[in-house]
Design a binder for this molecule. Structure first.
Ligand code: AOF
Ligand code: ZN
Length: 409
């Protein structure tokens, strides 16, 4: 049995609120223990309460997924006398921080309240003033934090400032869940490289097309809808030039409430793509990553197109992916979705650059020794050289299986 992933355990806002509603009538086992004035039980009761409110903050933070880069997702709840008085989340880069949004909504009622926040409050002037100041001014008496800010500018500083001015501070409540929620930001802030998710849709026998090259549609409607939601959570989406030449995908996000379009990136060493391909004409940013060696030729070919050219080192017909990721990281791309095809997938696995996989298995057998497979390239010699995956979740999308997991380093 595959254990559900922690991300799967982050509740929707409705679930978190209903969990909280049940807590305002304390569960019997807690009420009994409080009645006996059992100090230990009170402490564990407090932990349960903290976890419930922190789940609410995690659910708030989740609403910013895909919209905040290169900032993290952050959610906050203000609680007084066991009741939620205001909540907030970080909505977009440069916008108010979660804590400030909750404090503004609460107004005078924030005085004496407890703040539950998924990330340590910031303590310096960035795009916005420090949240530690807003917390002090609002008269908040206790701050409960899930994860310490990994950003070296803030790490631990905010907590220290709050403690020194007499505010009670507790940390580590649902820390793992909060870190998982911001796994991409965590990697980026430490390494300045984007978190790479590789998505693939294949038949049970590993094919992504028939022997005649037909690939539409290996997957079903539910999994295609799911892919649109996955795309909406990313800062950039990458495909290889073969996918572009063959499928001419739009790589758009159709999730109804989109407020940000991920960048679209094509790996194309020699600039063989057609300037009329759909992705170079859709709204938003399109990037063609080519070799420096071919830059002048490529820029002439694409001179009338609004694509941005990124010139990289290349060898043996492939652009340097490490260099590409460093460049994207420097441009503030925190999460990158690699969508194939098989040669691109191999190059990313072979360079050890994949963090997470999202693998859709269509319950069909395509067959054919020349039919394209999901991961091509030259492959490995010995099985112990294989990229190994730690599976974390198995989901049914209609009659298709979605396997999620992390590449073991
Ligand atoms: C956010 N949202 O709710 C919290 C953050 O340039 P600034 O002022 O937006 O500051 C960004 C940093 O602040 C960010 O990298 C993180 O370390 C910290 N906390 N950031 O974007 C929030 N609480
Ligand atoms: Zn802040």
């Amino acid at each position: 049995m595959i254990k559900p992933s922690l991300r799967g355990s982050i509740p929707s806002k409705a679930e978190a609120i209903s969990e909280i509603a049940s807590l305002t009538r304390p569960p019997q086992f807690l009420a009994g223990k409080f009645a006996r004035n059992d100090v230990k039980a009170q402490r564990s009761g407090m932990t349960v309460t903290h976890q419930v409110w922190m789940r609410c903050s995690l659910a708030c933070a989740e609403q910013g997924r895909g919209l905040t880069h290169p900032n993290p997702m952050v959610g906050a709840c203000l609680v007084k006398n066991g009741k939620l008085i205001a909540e907030g989340f970080h909505r977009f880069f440069g916008g108010p921080h979660a804590e400030v949004e909750a404090i503004r909504k609460a107004g005078k009622r924030a005085r004496g309240a407890t703040l539950y926040v998924t990330l340590e409050p910031c303590s310096t002037y960035g795009k916005t003033p420090p949240c530690t100041e807003a917390i002090k001014t609002a008269g908040i008496k206790r701050v409960v934090v899930a994860a310490v800010d990994p950003n070296p500018k803030h790490q631990g500083r905010g907590l220290g400032i709050l403690k020194r001015c007499g505010i009670r501070v507790e940390t580590g409540i649902l820390r793992r869940e909060a870190e998982l929620q911001n796994e991409a930001f965590l990697k980026w802030v430490k390494t300045k490289l984007p978190f790479v998710t590789l998505k693939m849709a294949q038949s049970l026998d590993g094919k992504i097309a028939s022997r005649t090259g037909k690939s539409r549609w290996v997957s079903n409607v539910q999994s295609r809808n799911w892919v649109h939601r996955l795309r909406a959570q990313q800062d950039a989406i990458l495909v290889g030039k073969n996918t572009l030449l063959k499928d001419n995908p739009r790589l758009t996000v159709r999730n109804g409430k989109l407020t940000k379009t991920p960048w679209r990136i094509v790996l194309d060493e020699r600039g063989e793509s057609s300037p009329s391909a759909h992705i170079f004409h859709a709204s938003g940013v399109s990037v063609l990553a080519c070799s420096r060696k071919f830059l002048s030729r490529v820029s002439k070919k694409f001179s009338r197109s609004k694509v941005t050219l990124m010139a990289l080192d290349s060898s043996k017909g492939e652009v340097d992916l490490n260099q590409l990721l460093r460049a994207l990281g420097a441009l503030g791309i925190v999460s990158l979705l690699v969508e194939g095809g098989g040669e691109v997938a191999w190059s990313f696995f072979n360079a050890g650059l994949v963090d997470k996989i999202e693998w859709i298995l269509a319950p069909k057998i395509i067959g054919g020794r020349t039919a394209k497979t999901s991961v091509e390239g030259v492959g490995i010699n010995a099985l112990d050289e294989a990229s190994k995956i730690r599976p974390t979740r198995l989901t049914l999308l209609g009659d298709h299986l979605l396997l999620e997991g992390y590449v073991r380093s």
